[in-house]
Design a protein around this ligand. Structure first.
Ligand code: GLY
Ligand code: MN
Ligand code: MN
Length: 429
């Protein structure tokens, strides 16, 4: 573990302990998945411990003189290691992680029984965690109250949404690698006939640079498939006159990139594709340019929506007063998603409800990393639009750091200007 991360973990612990008052917070690691597969730690557990294995538990108890932050881990077991390889074990965990005590997870019950009696404990169970039944019994004790929402959970989400310089560095690396992946796909489309081949190009470019996990399952959508925002089958053919939408991102040290580009398979946008792409791009650029502290997500959404709607009015796709169209959400048939979400350890980071509902009025703050991702999606049910504009999906998505004075577009190196996109695709054909 680097000194920087060690220091960050200590600071995070202090904030969680301060938020607890006299209560206790019990948090579990990720649980083992089915079959043989690469494990990825639960994002909250990773954020608070840095411990990478499954089956672990952490306890925060501000009322203790020492042992205020405890980690319970699986002890090293020869037989387990024969099959699963190296595990950290208690001794090495003690030497590595910035906690007050590390215990064998088998001692969870005996260590915590007295400590949790009669206390308010913040705890949410994780499906299939091996300690679920032990924790269940511990928390059923008379007088113990269990709460699955409240201060430590809120503090954790608020902390995660503001990135430190070290976290931004990890994000930059995820983005730099994903940039190569997106450009590789643009250059390779002329050689490939199927969506999954571009998915392979993206993953190949990332894995060659050491990526072990992706932010989410890549979306590689040709033609009408791109009208579905989270299309993941990626098994369709790519026709020469299709637009191809790729929404994909690598993880680096757990931090996600979330980038979308849309390009013509042939290397040349058709006139209709060009008109629509320019509208989405203008809306996206207006959104990126507006990112600055104090603006709410709702306000940012409407800045991009204004440009998108004005463009669609010029094409005769929407009619009426732009403000009224926004107020009535009358553009949502063509753009059902939100403009922005936070990105971090989770691709939709720290915003369980997304930036709709109460989160829409949240203000941007320095240190947030957010997406800006307007789109145009004309699905079958969009009866009112001319046939020529049907079955087209376009999204352009950047990841933007909110700074003291405005913003930095972290994904600025991924080409998106129409001529640059055409040139990049044509260069590989
Ligand atoms: N990749 C999912 C999203 O853009 O929200
Ligand atoms: Mn996104
Ligand atoms: Mn995305």
């Amino acid at each position: 573990m680097t000194d920087e991360l060690f220091g960050e973990l200590e600071a995070r612990h202090k904030q969680i302990l301060d938020a607890l008052g006299t209560d206790v917070f019990v948090i579990t690691s990720g649980a083992p998945g089915p079959g043989i597969g690469l494990f990825r730690q639960d994002s909250n557990f990773h954020y608070l411990t840095g411990f990478p294995e499954q089956g672990a538990v952490a306890v925060f108890d501000p009322t203790q003189d020492s042992e205020r932050v405890l980690l319970f881990v699986k002890e090293k077991d020869r037989q387990d290691e024969v099959w699963q390889g190296f595990t950290i074990g208690v001794k090495q965990a003690r030497a590595t992680f910035p906690v007050d005590g590390v215990h064998n997870v088998q001692s969870l019950r005996s260590t915590l029984e007295e400590r949790l009696k009669g206390r308010t404990v913040f705890y949410k169970s994780v499906h299939n965690h091996p300690q679920n039944s032990v924790l269940g019994k511990l928390l059923e004790q008379e007088g113990t109250e269990v709460r699955d929402s409240g201060p430590p959970f809120e503090t954790l989400l608020d902390m995660r949404i503001i990135k430190s310089a070290w976290e931004v560095e990890q994000t930059r690396r995820a983005i730099a690698i994903s940039t190569d992946g997106h450009h590789a796909c643009m250059r390779a489309v002329g050689r490939h006939g199927f969506e999954y081949q571009l998915e392979a190009e993206f993953e190949y470019a990332c894995k060659l640079q050491g990526v072990r996990h992706f932010a989410f399952g890549a979306i590689v959508a040709a033609g009408a498939h791109a009208t579905c925002q989270h299309y993941v089958e990626n098994n369709g053919p790519i026709a020469d006159d299709d637009l191809v939408l790729i929404d994909a991102g690598a993880r680096w040290n757990m931090y996600c990139a979330d980038i979308t580009r849309t390009f013509p398979a042939s290397g040349t946008f058709s006139p209709v594709q060009r008109d629509l792409y320019e509208i989405v791009l203008a809306s996206q650029k207006a959104g990126v340019e507006a990112v600055a502290p104090e603006l709410t997500f709702h306000e940012l959404n409407n800045i991009a929506a204004h440009v998108l709607i004005d463009g669609l009015k010029e094409l005769g796709i929407l009619h009426g007063n732009t403000d009224e169209i926004i107020d009535k959400n009358a553009y949502r048939d063509f753009w059902p998603g939100g403009l922005a979400h936070s990105v971090g350890l989770d691709v939709h980071d720290s915003t369980p409800k997304g930036f709709s509902g109460p989160d829409a009025e949240r203000k941007l703050e320095p240190g947030m990393v957010i997406t800006v991702e307007p789109g145009f999606y004309s699905q079958d049910f969009n009866h009112q639009i001319p046939e020529t504009f049907k079955h087209i999906g376009i999204r352009v998505e950047d990841n933007v750091l909110v700074t003291e004075n405005g913003h930095e577009n972290l994904t600025a190196a991924v080409v998106k200007e129409l001529a640059d996109v055409e040139q990049m695709v044509s260069s590989g054909r």
